[in-house]
Design a protein around this ligand. Structure first.
Ligand code: AMP
Ligand code: GLY
Length: 425
């Protein structure tokens, strides 16, 4: 069969690589893919426009059996609905279901309707009332743009002034355009974060192995938020007991709520959680797709055929499927361009990509091919290097050994990925 993966980042490299391992797959089209996907066996990069019409036309012309959508934006904009209307197989939630990520106010109200634990919040469209709320509640307080903002629309403000400035910035429309014309002000939650990604067929849900990412730029989880500079699986903070609470209080009520509201959720569902000191989970955010960089270490551990998983989910057959994981830990370290998430240089040749090392894999994200054919940096997050090991500590050693064989001017790497998990181990 033929499979298509839409997207160009590290998550999409991991998805394409994993889908291509299926014996049933003849070709995986990566649209547009990146230099990493181009190197994978059975994967072919396709340079076509990313508008839905072009994608649908390509999928019908090539008789693509299964299309997997990597990023959130096309899902929120209704790509699944467009594929459905043409009778083409597409894995991911409909636009109605993707509102769980696409609109923070929808998702907060949804959680309130269905008793899913999350931070107290209020939504504002004018700065005067937002300012009054911030002064009334004090800091720390969290300011979020309502719409999609590429992971950068959240400010954890430690002072009242910082919060007011962030809200003013968003509401003015200067920073996030229309995504910021409405802001959500949220109670600051303390605890340890965990990522909980599931695959859902509308009714049944199968949790993926647990994982955890590091969003802040600096070591010790400080500094500005990024898309994620490292991730690992499993996440020891999610003990068996915490796992059961997450399923009972967050995942099952969410799935049932979506059914009750007429938009059953089919696709990957990502719950970003805060686990407090007593092991109680609350939702930080929902995402309507796989995590990046969580996908890279998670998919390294996945033993079950990913095509089978997607198909079963699309056909409502997940209840019959057993998903198996390698009993090892995986840890991914993102090597970024110096300056990210602010301004950074691109076009630097990357040395060391061709060195093979057992139990490691380099997933490309912000890379491109230069005129002379060499692979150069072209984005903020350049590659994600994953290592496998008997535990998170061992996985970290192999990941950093592989990272240290890579170099380019201004390469930036956090050296402490996995520190919380290792402390728990
Ligand atoms: P989000 O894009 O909603 O995941 O937010 C990005 C990051 O901001 C999260 O991973 C958390 O570290 C932090 N964050 C968001 N909301 C809260 C909250 N209510 N309390 C504490 N931290 C938060
Ligand atoms: N790793 C965070 C995300 O995918 O949103």
């Amino acid at each position: 069969m033929k499979v298509m993966v839409v997207g160009s980042g590290g998550r999409e490299h991991a998805l394409a690589w994993k889908l291509a391992q299926s014996e049933r797959v003849e070709t995986v089209f990566a649209v547009p893919g990146n230099p990493g996907t181009a190197l994978e066996l059975k994967v072919e990069n396709v340079a076509i426009d990313s508008d839905f019409e072009s994608l649908v036309e390509f999928a019908s012309r090539e008789s693509v059996d299964l299309t997997v959508i990597g990023p959130e934006a096309p899902l929120v904009d209704g790509i699944r609905d467009v594929f459905d209307a043409r009778g083409l197989g597409c894995f991911g939630p409909t636009a109605a279901a993707a509102r769980l990520e696409g609109s923070k106010s929808f998702s907060k109200e949804f959680m309130a309707r269905h008793g899913v634990p999350t931070a107290a919040y209020e939504t504002f469209e004018d700065i005067e009332s937002a300012e009054a709320y911030i002064r009334g509640n004090g800091a720390p307080i969290v300011v979020k743009a309502d719409g999609l903002a590429a992971g950068k629309g959240v400010v954890v403000a430690h002072t009242v002034d910082e919060a007011i400035e962030a809200a003013r910035d968003m509401l003015s429309g200067k920073r996030f355009g229309d995504s910021g014309r409405r802001v959500v002000l949220e109670e600051f939650m303390t605890g340890e974060e965990a990522t909980f990604i599931c695959v859902c067929d509308g009714e049944t849900v199968i949790p993926m192995a647990t994982s955890q990412d590091h969003k802040p730029r600096d070591e010790g989880d400080r500094g500005p938020n990024t898309g994620g500079l490292g991730a690992y699986s499993p996440a020891p903070v999610v003990t068996d007991e915490v796992f059961d609470r997450i399923m009972d209080r967050v995942i099952r009520p969410t799935l049932a709520g979506m059914v009750a509201e007429g938009c059953p959720y089919r696709g990957f569902l990502y719950a970003g959680l805060m686990i407090d000191a007593t092991g109680d989970p609350r939702v930080v955010e929902f995402n309507c797709r796989f995590g990046d960089p969580e996908a890279q270490p998670l998919l390294m551990r996945l033993e079950t055929d990913l095509v089978d998983i997607c198909e079963a989910a699309m056909q409502g057959r997940l209840a019959d499927l057993a998903v198996e994981w390698l009993p090892m830990a995986a840890l991914g370290v993102v090597a970024a361009s110096g300056g990210y998430p602010g301004d950074y240089e691109i076009g630097h040749p990357i040395a060391g990509l061709d060195q093979e090392m057992a139990d490691t894999k380099v997933f490309h994200a912000g890379t491109s091919i230069s005129d002379d054919g060499s692979i150069v940096t072209s984005g903020g997050r350049v590659v994600c290097v994953v290592g496998l090991g008997t535990d998170v500590r061992a996985a970290r050693e192999s990941a950093y050994a592989r990272v240290d064989a890579l170099s380019w001017p201004d390469m930036y790497v956090r050296r402490d990925i996995g520190y919380r998990a290792i402390a728990r181990e």
